[in-house]
Write a protein that binds this ligand. Structure first.
Ligand code: SAH
Length: 226
């Protein structure tokens, strides 16, 4: 899988994507990326990529001509994604769909300032994706969220087989049950007896119950979605 990342901060990559299982997958060639500096396509010596909004108002907008040249410089673009609070909210189901083709190319456009000129979105039929209902100062963190979540569900990225990424919140139709490890007693708090019993049927039932209760309490919307 290959990601073309359009940004005015190429030094922010791989960033968090260089560590852990996703970083190992980068070294192993499961995925690769090019961080393309949008400023390289500026028309002046300062590398300006933004300008004032038509219609007035505070905040700068990234220019269509410069973004267009930056996008056109990419040979194999695949699906183009612009990270934006206005986009569809990224879900684990969508993550699985993006990860399904191990040879896919994705072009990820990281906005800054107030965002990008609408005509770029229209011209290339760009998909808009949001990572949640809050405003970031730029799309770079969103792009890292996207790459991390997509790469980690690809084959052989997380150890422990396919189950390791299937036994997660949102993958099990709700939230994950409480987790425990050694020591079995800590500051007077004991691990639930059932988990030490070795009785797999009871353990599974307990986990399912805990998961259902938590989901009902915290995320009833997930139950309706099922
Ligand atoms: N004016 C925009 C917000 C701009 S924030 C609006 O009101 O919708 C600057 C950039 O950060 C955006 O262009 C986008 O690329 C990125 N960004 C901010 N919040 C985001 C979110 N929740 N999800 C994805 N990208 C986001």
């Amino acid at each position: 899988m290959h990601f073309n990342i359009l940004t005015i901060f190429p030094e922010m990559f791989p960033g968090t994507l260089g560590g852990g299982v996703v970083g190992r997958a980068l070294s192993n060639g499961v995925w690769s990326y090019d961080a393309i500096n949008i400023r390289d396509f500026a028309h002046d010596n300062y590398g300006s990529v933004d300008d004032e909004q038509f219609g007035g108002g505070a905040g700068q907008v990234m220019r269509a001509d410069i973004l267009g040249d930056a996008i056109d410089s990419i040979k194999t673009r695949g699906k183009i994604i612009y990270f934006s609070p206005r986009g569809a909210r990224l879900t684990q189901k969508m993550v699985r769909e993006f990860a399904a083709d191990a040879d896919a190319n994705y072009t990820l456009l990281c906005g800054r300032y107030e965002g990008i000129d609408q005509r770029v979105i229209d011209e290339y039929g760009i998909m808009e994706l949001s990572i949640g209902d809050y405003i970031l100062s730029g799309g770079e963190i969103a792009a890292q969220v996207f790459v991390d979540s997509v790469v980690r569900v690809m084959d052989n990225v997380v150890g422990g087989g396919a189950d390791a990424t299937r036994n997660e919140s949102f993958e099990i139709g709700g939230l994950e049950w409480p987790l425990y490890t050694r020591p079995s007693a800590w500051r007077g708090r004991n691990v639930p007896e059932v988990l030490l019993s070795g009785h797999h049927g009871n353990i599974e039932r307990w986990r399912k119950q805990q998961s259902d209760d938590l989901t009902k309490q915290r995320r009833p919307d997930l139950i309706k979605e099922k």
